[in-house]
Design a protein around this ligand. Structure first.
Ligand code: NAG
Ligand code: NAG
Ligand code: NAG
Length: 573
């Protein structure tokens, strides 16, 4: 018996040669996960982005959060991971429900929002700039007379482009349960504004945003290694060439599943690696098969959600093959998909029944349109055999409901932080209450000997080489390098989240790692990144921060800015 077991283990440990479309082949550390609840977010974490090795920014909607003292209404904060202290930030306008993306120079752009509620300015056309600092006194810059969107955007998405600017896509002209022709803003724009394809700084129409009505809020968007953008919303998907303003439709979402708000699914670009020639493969999980034309009065918080996960390799052969379908252990809406440095994907948060939003369905729970919180996360290994990719081995369930307006992110240290949940107007203690408690999941890799390194340059330009001084656990024979964009999370959509494996060579004494920066700006767009050195058994180092590219600001076209300002009016004008 021991003999055959050994043979079995030997067979299992043999790696099959990589074929096109396969992602990074790497093991993961087995064992128990831990979950600790510590710290509070001060404002409810509707939007979340890691801004440095020790900080994250949290944007909420304007509401009576506990961080405000003496009657001050505070709706944004900076969290320090080491001290778990939160510091109030002061955007001027309502950030509900904005998107966010970092520029090539490291500034985070938060765009879109909501009309005035309680206090503050109308945020529908707002652009809010936040440049992370180490001095603990930086704040949000906002001046809609100078810097604004062309048009109102409630529930848009955004994506960082290969030139370091961002593209802001879709949304509605006001707050609604679901999009409709009356309030749709079927257009996109750039920040900084561009003079492109006949549009000088102004919004550009998108037929996709007309064709995907009604359930098309917070579209899923991913910059692809060919410089085009994967976009999916409702039941459709496309490849979008922003440089020529061309939309090319992809196979639709199978089996009647809708995948964008209020039928919120989550998406992830599976790891890009040199072994798979940076071939992109997209994965989308969850959603709902409800009709997007029935009124919310006919929807129930108990309606089932979709357990469907779909994958498609985005090259000619992959698109011809279409979506492959897998099933999560349970249906989920408003799930967050978080890439781990070992190449796996953690699916966490959300609910097993109902839809996104609050105050709309007749049998709402408190005010929530969804019920049966999905307390148990599941981890997906894209490289495992088809029938064993989902696993809850070693995982623990949370006891905190994280439904509408909740978030999750990987931290620089490799833990996964959960925050937020507030399916309510303003703050409340009814089920499901406004949630401020933070939770941190530690995958088993946190508690094993981990690599460490020094020497990461502040910027790493394309096609250059740099050297890290590494200290590896004793039994390490090889490592990989995961360069990660930790993204900007809201409503289950993780803007710009990305893992690019870099080519690296370990010296014979295993003390120096020579790393090749990403080959092109479409493989990793210029901007912030966290670099994890990962052992072959799946233990990651701390992810130190760098900026890919030169750290320069994205191109600025003063003519396009002037034309935009001349032809648009901000709400504060
Ligand atoms: C990373 O997390 C581990 C486990 O929680 C902790 O012991 C360690 O101090 C953390 N390191 C940093 C730099 O935050
Ligand atoms: C980054 O670029 C934007 C757009 O031009 C600019 O507003 C912002 O101030 C820049 N940030 C830094 C840190 O230079
Ligand atoms: C925008 O404003 C300029 C200057 O006032 C004007 O010449 C131009 O025709 C306007 N319209 C568009 C679509 O750019």
């Amino acid at each position: 018996m021991p003999g055959s077991l050994q043979i079995l283990l030997l067979v299992l440990s043999l790696r099959l040669p990589l074929t096109l479309g396969e992602t990074v082949a790497r093991d993961s550390i087995p064992g128990a996960w831990s979950l600790v609840q510590m710290g509070t977010s001060g404002v409810s974490a509707m939007q979340l982005a890691v801004t440095s090795e020790t900080t994250a920014i949290i944007y909420d909607k304007v509401e009576h959060n506990p961080l405000g003292v003496n009657g001050e209404v505070v709706w944004a904060a900076e969290l320090n991971f080491d001290t778990l202290q939160v510091r109030a930030l002061h955007p001027l306008s309502n950030t509900w429900c904005a998107t966010g993306s970092f520029l090539s120079n490291g500034t985070l752009v938060n765009s879109g929002g909501n009309p005035i509620v309680i206090t503050g300015a109308d945020g529908l056309q707002a652009l809010r700039l936040f440049t992370p600092c180490t001095t603990g006194d930086c704040d949000v810059y906002e001046d809609q007379t100078r810097v604004r969107l062309t048009s109102p955007r409630w529930y848009p998405s955004s994506v960082r482009l290969q030139d370091g600017s961002i593209l802001i896509f879709g949304g509605a002209t006001t707050d609604v349960f679901i999009n409709s022709p009356e309030v749709n803003n079927p257009s996109y724009e750039f920040f900084p504004p561009k003079n492109i394809n006949g549009f000088n700084g102004l919004q550009i129409p998108s037929q996709f945003l007309v064709d995907t009505l009604n359930g098309n809020h917070f579209p899923n968007m991913v910059l692809l290694p060919n410089g085009k953008i994967f976009v999916s919303a409702n039941q459709q998907a496309m490849i979008f060439d922003w440089q020529t303003n061309t939309e090319t439709r992809l196979p639709g979402i199978p089996n009647g599943v809708r995948i964008s708000s209020p039928f919120s699914a989550s998406h992830v670009l599976l790891p890009l690696s040199p072994q798979n020639d940076y071939t992109p493969e997209i994965m989308i999980c969850g959603g709902s098969t409800l009709s997007d034309t029935i009124p919310p009065s006919e929807i129930s918080s108990q309606d089932p959600t979709s357990a469907q996960c779909i994958r498609m390799v985005l090259n000619g052969a992959g698109i011809a093959k279409g979506w492959s379908v897998e099933m999560m252990p349970q249906g989920r809406i408003m799930v967050d998909m978080v890439l781990l440095p070992d190449g796996r994907v953690m699916l966490v948060n959300g609910a097993m029944t109902g839809v996104a939003g609050y105050g709309d369905v007749p049998d709402q729970i408190g005010h929530s349109n969804a019920d049966n919180p999905a307390f148990m996360p599941v981890v997906y290994d894209p490289n495992a055999p088809a029938d064993s990719r989902f696993s809850t081995d070693g995982l623990v369930a949370s006891t905190i409901a994280r439904v509408y307006h909740s978030t999750a992110t990987l931290t620089p240290n490799g833990t996964v932080m959960l925050a937020g949940s507030n399916p309510n107007n303003d703050i409340t203690t009814v089920k499901y209450a406004t949630e401020y408690r933070l939770e941190f999941f530690s995958p088993p890799y946190i508690n094993v000997p981990r690599p460490s390194y020094t020497g990461l340059p502040a910027t790493i330009n394309y096609n250059t080489e740099f050297h890290l001084a590494v200290t590896l656990p004793a039994d390490t024979t090889d490592v990989t390098v995961a360069l990660m964009d930790l993204g900007f999370q809201t409503h289950g959509v993780h803007m710009d989240q990305r893992l690019v494996q870099l080519v690296s060579t370990l010296s014979a004494d295993k003390k120096t790692l020579t790393v090749h920066a990403p080959p092109t700006s479409s493989i990793y767009p210029p901007g912030p990144a966290y670099l994890y050195v990962v052992t072959e058994s799946g233990a990651p180092s701390f992810g130190h921060k760098t900026i890919v590219g030169t750290g320069a600001s994205p191109p600025v076209d003063e003519g396009a800015i002037a034309n935009m300002l001349a032809n648009t009016s901000g709400p504060s004008d």
